[in-house]
Design a protein around this ligand. Sequence first.
Ligand code: MV4
Length: 594
Amino acid sequence: MLNKVLIANRGEIAVRVIRACQEMGIATVAVYSDLDRDALHVRLADEAYALGGQTAAESYLNTEAILDVISRSGADAVHPGYGFFSENTDFARAITEIGVKFIGPPPEAIEVMGDKVSSRKAAEAAGVAGVPGTTEFLTDASEVIAFGEQHGWPVAIKAAYGGGGRGMRVVRSAEEAPDAFESAKSEALKGFGRDECYVERYLTWPRHIEMQIIGDTHGNCVWVAERDCSAQRRHQKLVEESPAPAFPAEIRQAMGDAAVKVAKACGYVNAGTVEFLYQDGEFYFLEMNTRLQVEHPVTEMVSGIDLVAEQIRVAAGEPLSFTQDSIELSGHAIEIRINAENPAEGKFLPSPGHITTLVPPAGFGTRWDGGYESGDTVSQFYDNLVGKLICWGEDRPTAIRRTLRALREFRIEGIATTIPADIAILEHADFQEARHSTKWVEDTLDLTGVAAAPSTGAEGDGEARVQRDVDVEVNGKRFAVKVFVPESQAGAVVAAGAVGASGGAAGARPRRSAASGGGAGAGGSGAVTVPMQGTIVKVLVEVGQDVEAGATVCVLEAMKMENNITAEKAGTVKEIKVAPGDSVGSGDVVVVIE
Ligand code: MV4
């Protein structure tokens, strides 16, 4: 068995792998960037080493830095997680060449499945058809026209070295072919550095169904279960589930067999996923992902298999713990990706920042795979996945009800999240009756009424609250509002701020005169804080400057409005803690006044 695993990743997947290792009695080594010095995965690992740098490129994608930590830590295996180096042939080779186990497939399998044309050829050689199309690169728009006339319109022109739908052009008639061909090639060149394209029939309302497989080094390769990932937006999965709704058992069996054939054709070992498009009772090979996927927990919940533990066993040369016939699937599982994004008006704007409160739901059949806890900060430098909520029920309606209960119970403040949009998806009849497809979220679901969940912070982390009166301005009218802040911040002089047209804090009422007191008053620490999460757009004071009570010290952009943050008391600016562009959370101190 392995002795010490280095997790070459961060966030929830690093936490997931650390937990599996600890349950197996395997030591764990975390690596971290400068921004992740205090991250959850670092806190949980047995050892942690700095990679240096802030961005992914400077840290988690720095091969030399990771190889150096392997050498210093004595790790005998590396788990890449997903993203980052998880499907990088060179990285896998670099690890195996120094005699360390790469917990994933052989580099050769990664290579074959790395480009859409070679993966399609490998699948077709194994007798698994892709959507009817060409397996040679296009040289001219006339070939697109010939294909469309033969197979029917619409057709899809795709980038051979592309992914995630980028560069894909849907062509509905011969007249559209020349422009679509040129634009697909130029986008492919810009996006992937390669302009080779191919054409295939376009499926107008497909479901995106993927089959989990896992193979060991003893010739065993099995399919575990399928996942339906059709609830997506701009190729970003929002909701995944297993089993796929309205999916006949005979199709499941045939798709499972097809996935295993594709895996065996490329000598696959360890966990992998074969993606298909499913429409009108037919399924077509799309691509193969040579890594553990974000959504692997739904497969674990319906099969009872710990896929990460199996990955580690396989990497250690052990056989799979189960056979194809011993796998028993039970119930229904749904995964919700909780992203730090504001789904208001369907825009899903990034919402990095300081998480002031994070209390995940719990209860029967409720799992939280999270990468952050209260007090952690979601950085703009990395993927904004905060964690995944996975709920299991004995059938799909029960799983949907449980997921909705859990989403409503979820307490997360300081950042906006996709939770309101997730609730809208699960409440919708199209989703509940499985009428959705990969285009449903963007073409049909109406998210205009969806707004970021209000971040009150009032009951937050169980800390006692004290009342502070805040002067706010709503559309030019000033109000005195009661704000209940954690006792630890009570000394702060809660800034007066202008609050958006929504009227801001509940219970706002006409401002009382300053003489009536309010705020921390003269006795406060003089720390001026912000009443809500947002971004600093202007700082209007300097250290040493004298300010009057009510003077604006900085401007906070929040709730799509510019809010003036003002000092409650006169004094001299002693410290400025922010600069334009900084993200701040509710209650953060921005300026200190003596
Ligand atoms: C397709 C398709 C319909 N017909 N190919 C998009 C990303 C890339 N993996 C392949 N994709 C698609 N290829 C044909 N012939 C529809 C999509 C597609 C899609 C596929 C899977 C998951 C989400 C999707 C969202 C939009 C379009």
